[in-house]
Design a protein around this ligand. Structure first.
Ligand SMILES: Nc1ncnc2c1ncn2[C@@H]1O[C@H](COP(=O)(O)OP(=O)(O)OP(=O)(O)O)[C@@H](O)[C@H]1O
Length: 236
């Protein structure tokens, strides 16, 4: 069964079209990599699915529920978490306070959630009293992911998670996303660079100037195809 189904999605910013007639599905327990050069509309797609930008047309359904016109809060309650580009942590709060905010609406599950977060990323346990703004970039990324996974989401939208991180940290981030997927979470993975995303994902969708230029199984997106659609800079 499809967890997420996006059909004919278009988004405009004023007079400028950012997405035109984008359709795809993410079956349960699978990952879709959305690739494309700068400005192709990847973040806009993520924001439209999580309700942060208005859709000018198209529908979004999740687990059979129509989410096309509902608020971001309701979309979160349906089980979709969005890790925005940039880290989205509260810099002036400690690691622990940031994690607690993840389950602010559900304090009963807080203890178990924290335990899971520290098990996933032990470094966060060691640094629980440290201000998030003083963590390294990679640690902030882990905090952001740990907070998202604490709420036991059904779909994680991860926008450029690996941007600027050392390869070892990228491994760790993908490892934990992989564990989440094995535990039943679907993943919409947005990446400017193709290599790691395609290794991880089941399906791939390439956006160019707001439209889908190719989609198919991730393991059939060969080098030639990536160069054709993404160019030298992003096919790596
Ligand atoms: N709030 C906004 N107002 C006006 N135009 C916007 C807004 N946000 C994005 N755009 C434009 O929409 C297009 C798609 O942007 P988007 O951020 O979705 O691309 P992207 O594929 O995520 O790019 P990148 O890889 O550079 O992050 C771009 O031309 C961008 O300038």
């Amino acid at each position: 069964m499809s967890a997420l189904k996006v059909d004919g999605l278009s988004v405009r910013y004023g007079a400028a079209g950012a997405l035109a007639d984008v359709s795809f599905e993410i079956p349960s327990n699978t990952a879709l990599a959305v690739l494309g050069p700068n400005g192709a509309g990847k973040s806009t797609l993520a924001r439209a699915v999580s309700g942060l930008v208005r859709k000018s047309s198209g529908t979004v359904t999740f687990g059979g529920q129509d989410l096309s016109t509902v608020s971001p809060a309701k979309i979160r309650r349906a089980g979709i978490v969005h890790l925005p580009e940039g880290r989205g942590v509260f810099r002036g709060l400690t690691v622990l306070e940031n994690l607690r905010m993840g389950l602010a609406a559900d304090p009963g599950r807080r203890a178990a959630g924290l335990e899971r977060a520290f098990e996933l990323f032990p470094v966060l346990g060691e640094r629980r009293k440290q201000l998030a703004g003083t963590l390294s970039g990679g640690e902030q990324q882990m905090l952001s992911l740990a907070r998202a996974l604490m709420v036991e989401p059904k779909l994680v939208i991860a926008d450029e998670m690996s941007l600027g991180l050392a390869p070892k940290l990228v491994d760790l981030i993908f490892e934990s996303l992989g564990r989440a997927r094995s535990a039943g979470v679907s993943v919409l993975l947005i990446e400017q660079f193709a290599g790691r995303a395609l290794e991880f994902a089941d399906q791939c969708l390439i956006l160019q100037r707001g439209s889908v230029s190719w989609s198919g199984p991730a393991d059939t997106a060969g080098e030639e195809l990536l160069h054709r659609y993404l160019g030298e800079a992003t096919a790596a």
